[in-house]
Design a protein around this ligand. Structure first.
Ligand SMILES: *Cc1c(COP(=O)(O)O)cnc(C)c1O
Length: 451
């Protein structure tokens, strides 16, 4: 029997971790990283007390983590974990459900349906669409594009799941010049080839220029972006979807973080038209602030997703209910929809809108402060992304390194249209306006010193 004291200890150490994150540097110290080998050594020959394992993990592991769960981590596009989602994740781990089949876990099958319906509702996607709960947007892109591959080749009389791509009619993949690397990875995994794509020129924010689209046809997948990973910009979806659908093409949306703007009534002008697409990939572990890993693959016509992901065996007892493994690449996996359910149940419609809207306003606050100080912000701040330079590439890199070392915040670097920039992404439920001001103060102080 597991002891309550052990679970209490886990709660106590977790609370201690989260509660002290704010008073340490966002990136761990060299000393903390150097102490990590304490976790290693030879494999223990015999059992030890679980509470000792946990204490060792906290003592040697916790200080060496990056404070991504904290309030001033602005690297990549990484949210924290909402209290309800983190706590639900613990309980779901105690459940230890394998949600592949309804007969394996009726509870998680039903929770997936609830989470699916709430997600489609809050994102304004077609209510009859189907969702697979995958690890992240990379796998969501893979899953959605597998559904697209199925649909296009089925129409051409080819059963790709049975016969593969050898001798299949070719599929053309069209996307913007600034396609996300995860889409290229998905294409290579799917046998569609990451160098066979047709790249459409984009404007200065990375948006596809509809006038430059090549001829599309019924064997084309057009991949568009809701949220450019650098600028946060949105492709002009209404026009792109119309042109593509007139030609019989499939439209896939890489909407990892940007599509969440659909949940904010005052910001929906940016996501207008994206719901007209055929499939959407997004992350819950980014802007919905659930624990890793949590991605969402949504497909307008459920049968295409099912056809691409299904398999069968005599021992796999299918039911009249939702059998979750029919919508994901995995069979066994964690019950990640529980975290999504808890996040949506605790925030409600207005809470999700407030979270996303607040982060967008905080990005604007960042940009305004940086501009006021005389630094150049490279992008139109339409979502949660801010790109700022501190002079030429060399000075900018020096400033970024110094900002990262100083520790008040952490943000990464990028090169956008030939310009080296600090890339700030505001994605956490925990970030306050005061955190933006503290971070701005640190950035300006350090950047001026480096200058
Ligand atoms: C983050 C991101 C991805 C990849 O998502 P993972 O969750 O890391 O797999 C894909 N596309 C865009 C636009 C992203 O921002």
């Amino acid at each position: 029997m597991i002891s309550k004291a052990l679970l209490d200890l886990a709660a106590e150490l977790s609370f201690d971790y989260l509660n002290t994150l704010d008073s340490r540097g966002v990136f761990p110290t060299d000393a903390a990283i150097r102490a990590l080998p304490k976790l290693g050594g030879p494999l223990p020959e015999s059992p030890s007390d679980p509470s000792e394992v946990l204490r060792l993990m906290h003592e040697a592991g916790s200080p060496a983590t990056v404070a991504m769960a904290g309030r001033r981590y602005f690297g990549f596009v990484i949210g924290g974990s909402l209290p309800a989602a983190l706590a639900a994740n613990w309980l779901a781990t105690a459940w230890d459900q394998n949600p592949g089949l309804y007969v394996a876990s009726p509870a998680v099958s039903v929770i997936e349906e609830v989470a699916r319906d709430w997600l489609l509702d809050i994102l304004g996607l077609p209510p009859a669409a189907e969702i697979g709960f995958v690890t992240g947007a990379t796998m969501a892109n893979f899953t959605c594009l597998a559904a697209a591959r199925h649909a296009l080749l089925e129409r051409a009389g080819w059963d790709v799941e049975a016969h593969g791509l050898f001798n299949a009619p070719p599929i053309t993949f069209v996307t913007g010049q600034e396609v996300h690397a995860s889409v290229l990875k998905a294409l290579s995994l799917l046998g569609l080839g990451r160098e066979r794509i047709v790249r459409v020129p984009v404007d200065d924010q990375g948006r596809i220029d509809p006038d430059q689209l090549p001829m599309l046809d019924a064997m084309t997948i057009l991949c568009i972006q809701a949220g450019n990973v650098n600028t946060g910009a949105f492709d002009p979806a209404p026009e792109l979807c119309r042109v593509a659908h007139d030609a019989g093409a499939w439209v896939h949306v890489d909407g990892a973080f940007g599509i969440w703007l659909s949940a904010v009534p005052s910001r929906r002008q940016h996501t207008a038209g994206f719901a007209d697409a055929d499939s959407w990939s997004l992350d819950a572990h980014k802007w919905l602030n659930v624990p890793y890993d949590s991605g969402i693959a949504a497909v307008r016509e459920p049968r295409h997703l099912r056809a691409a992901m299904s398999t069968s065996a005599s021992y796999l007892i299918e039911s009249d209910h939702r059998d979750p493994y029919m919508y994901t690449p995995e069979m066994s996996r964690r019950a990640r929809a529980v975290d999504i359910w808890a996040a949506l149940r605790s925030l409600g419609r207005s809470g999700v809108a407030d979270l996303v809207d607040r982060n967008c306003r905080q990005a604007e606050r960042f940009a305004a402060g940086l501009r006021r100080a005389g630094f150049e912000v490279l992008n139109d701040v339409v979502a949660n992304q801010v790109l700022v330079t501190f002079g030429d590439a060399e000075s900018t890199l020096a400033a970024i390194a110094a900002i990262q070392r100083e520790g008040t915040l952490w943000a990464g670097q990028t090169v956008y249209r030939g310009r080296t920039a600090l890339r700030i992404s505001v994605s956490s439920w925990a970030t306050t306006d005061d955190d933006i001001d503290r971070s701005l103060e640190a950035i300006l102080r350090v950047a001026r010193r480096v200058e």
